[in-house]
Design a protein around this ligand. Structure first.
Ligand code: PTJ
Length: 248
């Protein structure tokens, strides 16, 4: 059924339809729809907007990606289906490597997601060649590319599960998470969390990268060092509770 543009929840309904269609094409895993529902609920609490601490976090993310010697953007079914163009554009701007890394890994999904990214103009997509394993993660969700995530110093993980975020951080990587849930294990484990919708956060990181790209390495390092993720998560919780109280 076509969604009427006049519907007050038009954008949200359009995105749901996009994800369902992506699931039917084999890009999104069934549980990706459940994950999206949880994300939507938190986005609702935030007022479906980028709050100021998320904007500040996106600036630090841009600094960390520019500072890195080997930055990787890890993408999954939901991320490719919602923002393939934004991922590719950010990867070109930094420049960073794109790698498909799945929780529910199957060969068919790996191929379909890489093809989708190539269709959108990606130059190179890693992931299919599972040449390394993230220590501490059982089963196929630990598989990754030795030239990509395994050897990266900075990894951007939009919509990551807490376990893998923890494993990547334990490898000494600087993990940048994008997660609408400020209470998730991912949000709490990453040294830098952007509590925002991936659809808003990815273009914002690119805008900041554009502004910061002429900064010296020591200036970028100073931006990264001043970030306090625990304090920021407290500010997000306080924003949500104040907003909830103002709504009743
Ligand atoms: O494609 P695969 O096989 O790698 O599977 C991907 C999913 C998302 C199914 C898998 O990683 C998973 O189960 O994730 P979780 O543990 O449910 O975590 C998803 C987190 O992302 C939750 O905390 C949601 O609040 C959050 N989230 C969902 N949609 C968005 C989001 N955060 C930012 N932007 C969104 N659009």
């Amino acid at each position: 059924m076509p969604i009427p543009k006049s519907h007050p929840r038009y954008l949200s309904l359009k995105i749901r339809k996009q994800l369902v269609e992506a699931m039917e094409k084999g890009l999104v895993h069934e549980t990706g729809l459940i994950a999206h529902g949880r994300g939507e609920a938190f986005d609702y609490l935030l007022g479906e907007q980028t709050i100021s601490v998320a904007n500040a976090a996106s600036r630090v993310a841009a600094a960390a990606l520019l500072y890195a010697t080997h930055p990787v953007i890890s993408v999954n079914g939901n991320v490719v289906s919602l923002c393939a163009d934004e991922c590719i554009s950010l990867a070109n701007a930094i420049p960073a490597t794109l790698e498909v890394n799945l929780f529910h890994r199957t060969n068919d999904r790996m191929v379909a997601l890489a093809q989708e990214l190539y269709k959108h103009g990606a130059k190179e997509v890693l992931g299919k060649k599972a040449s390394a394993h993230i220590p501490g993660l059982e089963h196929d969700r630990g598989l990754c590319d030795r030239k990509g995530i395994f050897s990266a110093d900075v990894v951007l993980v939009p919509l990551e599960d807490g376990d893998r975020c923890h494993a990547l951080a334990s490898m000494g990587k600087y993990v940048i998470a994008i997660d609408l849930n400020p209470l998730s294990r991912t949000a709490k484990t990453a040294p830098l969390t952007i509590v925002d919708n991936v659809t808003r956060a990815l273009p914002l990181i690119e805008q900041w990268a554009d502004q910061l790209k002429r900064k010296r390495k020591d200036e970028l390092k100073a931006i990264i060092n001043q970030w306090d993720n625990i304090q920021m998560l407290g500010e997000v919780r306080s924003f949500i509770s104040k907003r909830l109280n103002s709504l009743v």
